[in-house]
Design a protein around this ligand. Structure first.
Ligand code: ZN
Ligand code: ZN
Length: 119
């Protein structure tokens, strides 16, 4: 299954918010633009990610911030790998583009070192 451009965009937004967030909408729109998407499309992806509980929006600053949702990292990583169509750990969903905290490597094609230690 090849990832559609739309899935790639959602994966990229999710990773950017988790790895660099909290971020205002500006950099996320720039990211969308680099991937060929206009504002309405980026807004839809952000809505879906918000509704899925994977990110949060802080409306208190003038420029609202998008950041990682509490306790959702595994779900976010898993969805990211699925959307991006990359190899992922079957236990925690980490991938080459989104490793575990502190770093990890492949013990088996579908199992990362952090999870192998925990077993
Ligand atoms: Zn893992
Ligand atoms: Zn890992």
């Amino acid at each position: 299954m090849t990832a559609t451009p739309s899935a790639h965009l959602r994966a990229a937004l999710l990773a950017a918010i988790w790895q660099e967030g909290p971020l205002p909408a500006g950099p996320l729109l720039d990211l969308g633009e680099r991937l060929g998407a206009q504002l309405p499309e980026v807004a839809v992806h952000l809505q879906v990610l918000l509704a899925a509980g994977l990110i949060f929006r802080d409306d208190s600053p003038v420029d609202p911030l998008y950041g990682p949702a509490l306790d959702a990292e595994e779900a976010a990583r898993r969805l990211h790998a699925q959307l991006a169509g990359v190899q992922a750990c079957r236990v925690c969903g980490c991938s080459n583009t989104w490793a575990c905290e502190g770093g990890c490597w492949w013990v088996r094609p579908d199992l990362c070192s952090s999870c192998a230690e925990a077993v």
